[in-house]
Design a protein around this ligand. Structure first.
Ligand SMILES: *Cc1c(COP(=O)(O)O)cnc(C)c1O
Length: 360
């Protein structure tokens, strides 16, 4: 079946080509490129009809199972442009592998890794003129799989679409780093061991919106999630993994089924260890973080994720009390990590871990 599946190519006509948005006001996720990748799955044929085609709308039956039972998974990665126009992807195979972990958990079909990797590279190459060249701006890539069989009843769908869409996005911090204010919620939880917190499935994000909205209304950028059982252990911040620098050790919660295994998280761990820093993956209680903030041993805190790469935390609010970290400024180590990762992603810095795939 898919082993010999060809990838079709249908290029957008002159009239279909879109006007590219101005690079200084890209925002995030607002503009989409000229092409997309699409392939379909059913029980008889497996994956089939794989093609790169003009970006277009779908017509779906209102009974399509994704609308009712939420079998939907996605990924997020970026393409970067180097100084001489080279095009790079950062650890792309790991996104496809992680999507297969998500697919397994959500009873969705496995993706053909090599085929999807080939399609991804071809799509990025075809739309390479959409990769912004201004500092810090990138092309965000969103692979997605949805259940499309028109049927009611809670069971695995018999039909799926897999697609990849892409959007140019502006620098996350156009005026340099600015640390975020984070609200520690003990009212809402994001995930629980045995659930789906470790997979990128759409329902996790739908379930998180209310906590984020309440945090925004109170003047905070995001929420910090605690474990669902005891509301005691730190898990993640918004849709990012979290790190603390305590007594000059980098500490992050261990992956245990309720935390998303971030690729940026793993990159930070590897880089910090290479620099000789002690990195410990262990349970961290919110009480320990607060105590360390009071006695001064907590010197930095930051989130990690593809969108912002490193997102310094300048303030925590827990049980109506505010705790300022590093006087609300970006820590030296956070800055160094950000600079190094960005330089590797742009091809400006040597890539000792072989994280970069060159596309064009
Ligand atoms: C995607 C995501 C992350 C970050 O993963 P990266 O691979 O580093 O982008 C962290 N937490 C959640 C909940 C996520 O959805």
């Amino acid at each position: 079946m898919w082993e010999n599946m060809e990838i079709g190519l249908e290029k957008a006509s002159q009239e279909q080509l879109k006007q590219k948005p101005a690079q200084d006001s890209l925002g995030f996720g607002a503009h989409f490129t000229d092409h997309m990748f699409l392939m379909k799955w059913n029980r008889q044929s497996g994956w089939h009809d794989a093609k790169i085609c003009p970006y277009h709308s779908f017509s779906l039956d209102p009974a399509a199972m994704v609308f009712h039972y939420g079998q939907a998974i996605f990924e997020g990665l970026k393409a970067y442009k180097g100084e001489k126009g080279q095009v790079y992807l950062f650890r792309p195979q790991e996104n496809i592998e992680r999507m297969n972990t998500s697919a397994l958990r959500m009873c969705m079909p496995r993706l053909p890794l090599e085929k999807v990797f080939k399609a991804l590279k071809a799509l990025v190459y075809l739309d390479r003129d959409w990769i912004p060249t201004v500092a810090g701006a990138t092309l965000y890539i969103r692979p997605t799989m949805i259940a499309v069989e028109p049927a009611l009843g809670v069971r695995p769908s018999g039909e799926y679409y897999f697609f990849i869409i892409m959007c140019p996005v502006g620098a996350y911090y156009p005026e340099g780093f600015s640390p975020t204010k984070i609200y520690v919620t003990d009212k809402y939880v994001r995930s629980v061991k045995g659930g789906v917190g470790h997979v990128k499935t759409a329902g996790n994000y739908a379930a998180s919106i209310m906590a984020a909205e309440e945090a925004h209304k109170a003047g905070y950028t995001q929420v910090l999630w605690l474990d669902a059982c005891e509301r005691k252990y730190v898990e993640e911040v918004g849709t990012s993994n979290i790190f603390f620098m305590i007594n000059n050790e980098l500490v992050t919660p261990p992956l245990g089924g309720s935390i998303l295994p971030g690729i940026t998280r793993d990159s930070v761990i590897q880089l910090a260890r290479k620099w000789g820093m002690k990195v410990v993956e262990r349970p961290v209680t919110i009480d320990e973080v607060i105590e360390a903030s009071i006695d001064g041993s907590l010197t930095e805190a930051f989130g990690t994720g593809t969108a912002a790469v490193i997102s310094p935390v300048g303030e925590l609010c827990y049980k109506d009390k505010k705790y300022v970290i590093n006087s609300g400024r970006t820590g030296l180590f956070s800055q160094r990590l950000f600079d190094e990762l960005q330089a590797i992603q742009n091809g400006q810095q040597e890539d000792p871990f072989k994280w970069i795939t060159r596309v064009g």
